[in-house]
Write a protein that binds this ligand. Structure first.
Ligand SMILES: C[S@@+](CC[C@H](N)C(=O)[O-])C[C@H]1O[C@@H](n2cnc3c(N)ncnc32)[C@H](O)[C@@H]1O
Length: 209
């Protein structure tokens, strides 16, 4: 990690993903969660104000230390019990079936092995638990997807490992989850290469014996 990754990018990320209209999307997807919740790729805690009172505990998984003063302030502004766990989502230190909900917002683009992380999501969800996601990814429009493929190597450098072209729905299925609801939409005022959104809910897929 250098100066850009430690100091510059986290501020850019917090400013960009903290935009008011993004807060509205966060609010919409998080309104449904409750009980024991795991958030993967907690980042700078932008989801914190949007967790409803039905959440009994939040486990915030985040391997990087990003804007620690900002995170401490956001934690102190709420009453939610939060445990921050500094590990990668590909290998979680939680017992199977621990969480009612797992949350991922703008994170599956960046986790190096997203399928391994999703398999872990499946493992740590309770039977009947749900995975809620709000992610940008690969466009269904072949012309846009071509630009996403072309610009992805550059994006990975300037956005610290973020990929423009991941097919989020397919990755979730590969991770052993069944998508119950999927909304595709475009973020207004954002170039299509970065603004093709996947929002929805998935559940652990039945195992094949
Ligand atoms: C674009 S940021 C999004 C942050 C936050 N989810 C949000 O909605 O504002 C992607 C996040 O994924 C985290 N991340 C990267 N690799 C990860 C991994 N292997 N496991 C879990 N999180 C990871 C990054 O540190 C970063 O906080």
């Amino acid at each position: 990690m250098g100066f850009y990754a430690d100091q510059v990018f986290p501020r850019l990320m917090d400013w960009t993903l903290g935009a008011r209209r993004f807060q509205e999307y966060r609010q919409q997807v998080l309104a449904q969660v409750g009980g024991t919740v795991l958030e993967i790729g907690f980042g700078t805690g932008l989801n914190l104000p949007h967790y409803p009172k039905t959440v009994s505990s939040l486990t915030a998984l985040e391997p990087a230390i990003l804007l620690p003063h900002t995170v401490t302030r956001r934690l102190s502004e709420g009453s939610l019990m939060v445990e921050i766990v500094r590990v990668s989502a590909e290998a979680m230190p939680f017992e199977a079936g621990r969480f009612d909900w797992v949350v991922s917002t703008w994170t599956l683009c960046t986790i190096p092995d997203a399928v391994a992380a999703l398999r872990e999501v499946r493992r740590v969800l309770k039977p009947g638990g749900r995975f809620v996601f709000l992610e940008h990814g690969r466009s269904d429009d072949a012309r846009v997807a071509k630009w996403q493929d072309l610009l992805n190597p550059l994006q990975r450098i300037i956005a610290c490992g973020c990929n423009l072209n991941r097919p989020i729905g397919a990755l979730i299925a590969k991770g052993g989850l069944k998508v119950k609801r999927l909304d595709r939409f475009r973020l207004p005022y954002v170039p299509r290469i970065a603004g093709e959104m996947y929002r929805g809910v998935a559940v652990p897929a039945p195992t094949k014996d």
